[in-house]
Design a protein around this ligand. Structure first.
Ligand SMILES: *Cc1c(COP(=O)(O)O)cnc(C)c1O
Length: 374
C-alpha cells in the first residue's frame, strides 16, 4: 500500500547527515532538531504555533485536555473514521456523539452535525478523511453559533489547502481551535517511528498544550496541572526535517497517481471514484473507491490473488466497535451512509513512488475483474 523503501533511497544521504548530527549532539529529546522542525512546520502551514508530541492520538488527547473538556461533555465525531478520533474522547470520560458522513466526500458536514448539538456539546472533531478537507467554512460557522470548540483531525490531510468563499486559503489543521496531526510512517508526512503535533493560532491554548504535553510543567519541577509525557524525539524530527521540504512534491505525486486511477476507473460503471471538492485540494492519503453491486470483497480477493494490495478503510462503523457499543444511542441499524461505505469502499496502493508500470498493473487488475464480472 505504501513504498517507504523507494522514498528512503532518494533521501538516504540527507538522512544520514541529519542522524549523524543527532548522534554527535547527544540531544535525543527536544533540542535543535525538534526546534528546527517546529519552526519549519509553522512556516509551511502558516500557523502561529506547532506543538510537537509523541503521536497523533496524543495530539487529540492533549487538545481536548487543553480546552478544559470535562467528563460528561459531548464531543461530535464522524462514525466513519479511524478509532483514534473517538478513543481519546472515551479515555478522558467525555461522551463521543457520532454522526453520519457525506456519501461523496466521506466527511462530516454542518448539516449532519447540527441535529446532534445539545446543551452538553462542547466540541466538534472534523476529520479530513483520506486527504481532503471537510467543509470547514460551514462547520466553523456552526461552531461559532453554538460556542463550540473545533479540533481538526488532520492526520490524513497534511498539506491540503482549503479555500473560503472570500478567497482566503488556509492549510488544513490551522482553521480550528486546534489541529492535530500524525507523523506515523505511512502518513503523507511520516517519520520512522511515532510522532505527532498540535497546531493552533491561539497563544493561550498553545501554552496550555505545551504544558500538558510536558507533565503539566510550567517551569522545571513545578507542575501546575496533571499532564502527560508526550514528546517528539530528535531522530524523528531529523527525518521530518528532511521530508518536509518534499511534502508538496510527495502530495503532487499522489495526485498524479490518483489522476491515472481516475482516468481508468471513471469508465467502469460499478466504481465510484473519489469526489474532489472545489473548496479543498486533495492530498490522497488514501485513494478510495466505492464498489457497487456487493462486489467489493470479491474484487479485493481477486486483486490479492494477482499480488495487488488493497485495503478496507474502514470495515466497521465506530458505533459497531465493541469499545464504543455503550456510547451508542443511535438507531440499531446504524447510519445509512456509514453502513453503505463500510460495505463498499476499497483503497488501492497510494504513495509518492507509484510509477506507471505499477499503476498499470493495478488498473489492469481492477479492469480485469470487472470485464470478468460483466
Ligand atoms: C493515524 C490517525 C490518527 C492517529 O495517529 P497516530 O500517530 O497513529 O496516533 C488519528 N486520526 C486519524 C484519522 C488517523 O488516520
Amino acid at each position: 500500500m505504501v513504498d517507504l523503501k523507494s522514498q528512503y533511497q532518494h533521501i538516504k544521504t540527507a538522512l544520514e547527515l541529519e542522524f549523524q548530527e543527532v548522534l554527535e549532539s547527544c540531544q535525543f529529546i527536544g533540542g535543535p532538531k525538534v526546534n528546527a522542525f517546529k519552526a519549519s512546520l509553522e512556516q509551511y502551514l502558516g500557523v502561529k504555533h506547532v506543538i510537537p508530541c509523541a503521536n497523533g492520538t496524543d495530539a487529540l488527547q492533549i487538545a481536548m485536555m487543553a480546552l478544559g473538556l470535562k467528563p460528561g461533555d459531548e464531543v461530535i465525531v464522524p462514525a466513519f473514521t479511524y478509532v483514534a478520533t473517538a478513543e481519546v474522547i472515551g479515555l478522558l470520560g467525555l461522551t463521543p456523539v457520532m454522526t453520519d458522513v457525506d456519501p461523496h466526500t466521506f466527511n462530516i458536514t454542518a448539516d449532519l452535525i447540527e441535529p446532534h448539538i445539545t446543551p452538553r456539546t462542547k466540541a466538534i472533531v472534523p476529520v479530513h478523511l483520506f486527504g481532503q478537507s471537510a467543509d470547514m467554512e460551514a462547520i466553523l460557522a456552526l461552531a461559532a453559533k453554538h460556542h463550540l470548540y473545533v479540533i481538526e483531525d488532520n492526520a490524513q490531510a497534511i498539506g491540503a489547502d482549503y479555500t473560503f468563499s472570500d478567497g482566503t486559503v488556509q492549510k488544513t489543521g490551522t482553521m480550528g481551535h486546534f489541529g492535530c496531526t500524525s507523523f506515523f510512517p505511512s502518513k503523507n508526512l511520516g517519520c520512522y517511528g511515532d510522532g505527532g503535533a498540535l497546531m493552533t493560532n491561539d497563544d493561550n491554548l498553545a501554552a496550555q498544550a505545551r504544558m500538558i504535553a510536558n507533565h503539566g510543567q510550567s517551569k522545571q519541577y513545578y507542575h501546575d496541572l496533571i499532564g502527560v509525557n508526550s514528546r517528539l524525539d530528535a531522530f524523528q524530527a531529523a527525518v521530518l526535517n528532511v521530508k518536509l521540504p518534499h511534502l508538496d512534491t510527495y502530495n503532487a505525486a499522489r495526485n498524479q497517481a490518483a489522476n491515472y486511477y481516475d482516468a481508468v476507473f471513471s469508465n467502469i460503471p460499478q466504481l465510484t471514484i473519489p469526489a474532489r471538492q472545489p473548496e479543498s485540494t486533495h492530498v490522497f492519503h488514501q485513494y478510495t473507491l466505492q464498489v457497487a453491486g456487493g462486489q467489493r470483497d470479491n474484487l479485493k480477493a481477486y486483486l490479492q490473488e494477482k499480488g495487488i494490495p488493497a485495503m478496507i478503510y474502514y470495515p466497521v462503523p465506530l458505533y459497531r466497535q465493541q469499545a464504543f457499543a455503550a456510547a451508542w444511542h443511535g438507531p440499531a441499524e446504524g447510519y445509512p451512509v456509514t453502513e453503505a461505505l463500510c460495505a463498499s469502499v476499497v483503497s488501492l496502493p497510494m504513495h509518492s513512488e507509484l510509477v506507471e508500470p505499477i499503476l498499470k498493473k493495478i488498473t489492469d487488475g481492477v479492469s480485469g475483474f470487472f470485464s470478468g464480472v460483466l
